[in-house]
Design a protein around this ligand. Structure first.
Ligand code: C5P
Length: 309
């Protein structure tokens, strides 16, 4: 799984995710919400390259999709990941420069920041020769954010707790997706706060999530379509009304089902096959509220070290 560049750089590829089910319980005392969710990792990847830096310096640069919206100070989740890893398992002389190439939309509901944190954990652990067991990385991942463990794991998984407790889900075959990106992002915290104002918690019965898992295990698109659900949809639409047209009218151009991805505003379309996905992508690109369209497939593996570059 691990490899290291000749000049000491470690490149890690990490996928974005879509939640096919997202059932949200009322806010807990710690401010988080208990979730029952089904994650799928999709082939929209960020790449994080870690190179050694002297005297304990931790720095980051970002290029690609939405790079100008990503902070470069210690509020950057990938830098926080490097700092946490070093504090727990390294020494203060260890430094790193992280270079993040973004394709996962920033603040798009596809866990892009979490993905970069997962990639940074893996890249720095290899760069610094820490030789940690996977369980240690998962523990740090859960401290960094609710979606970070899934970005390490990838595939398809049932998430509980605040989303950080994972069990692999059986998933037969591959699924075609089209993602319609919105012109601006949404803050996950703001979407959850709006959910709190207008909702007393999930109305999605657990049986719906179980149906979804059954559909994924048998690759039954009808069952999956009927069970896809996201309790954050109304909050995301209230904060970003423009995505309602994409959600509803997008299906006129093809696709089996549409859903707000996580806390939005990206809208995800499940398609029957690649041809349908191509047609839908062309149709969506004419929508005024759609900034960009990406096709992807899933499930794909979680964060992994690329071959030497
Ligand atoms: O865990 P993470 O830091 O990625 O979450 C970002 C924000 O999303 C949290 O500060 C919280 O407001 C909200 N959140 C939540 N319940 C969850 C996950 C996230 O309320 N289960």
């Amino acid at each position: 799984m691990e490899s290291r560049d000749l000049d000491g750089a470690v490149r890690v590829q990490v996928p974005g995710k879509v939640n096919l089910a997202l059932a949200v319980s009322p806010r807990r005392e710690d401010g988080y919400h208990e979730l029952v969710t089904v994650f799928m990792a999709v082939s929209l990847y960020d790449v994080v390259t870690a190179t050694p830096a002297r005297r304990g310096r931790l720095t980051v640069e970002v290029s690609g999709e939405g790079a100008d919206q990503v902070p470069l100070d210690m509020s950057n989740l990938a830098l926080k990941a490097a700092a946490l890893l070093r504090a727990r398992y390294g020494d203060e002389e260890l430094g790193v420069h992280l270079s993040i190439e973004k394709r996962i939309p920033v603040a798009g509901g596809m866990a892009g920041g979490s993905a970069d944190a997962a990639a940074a954990l893996l890249a720095c652990s290899v760069l610094w020769g820490l030789e940690l067991p996977a369980s240690a990385l998962y523990e740090l991942a859960a401290e960094l954010g609710s979606d970070v463990p899934f970005a390490l794991m990838g595939g398809c998984a049932l998430g509980t707790g605040r989303g950080e407790q994972l069990a692999p889900a059986l998933c037969r075959g591959s699924y075609d997706w089209v993602f319609a990106l919105a012109p601006r992002g949404l803050s996950t915290a703001a979407v959850f706060a709006d959910f709190d104002r207008f909702s007393a918690g999930t109305t999605t019965p657990r049986t719906v999530v179980d149906e979804l898992l059954t559909g994924l295990a048998s690759h039954d698109l009808d069952v999956i379509r009927d069970a896809m659900c996201n309790d954050l949809t109304r909050a995301a639409v209230r904060l970003y009304p423009g995505i309602l047209t994409t959600l509803e009218d997008g299906l006129d151009h093809g696709g089996v089902a549409s859903i707000v991805s996580g806390s939005g505003p990206t809208v995800a379309f499940l398609c029957a096959d690649t041809d349908d996905a191509v047609d839908l992508a062309v149709g969506l690109s004419t929508f005024p509220e759609v900034r960009a369209v990406h096709r992807a497939h899933g499930p794909v593996p979680g964060a992994r070290v690329l071959s030497n570059s």
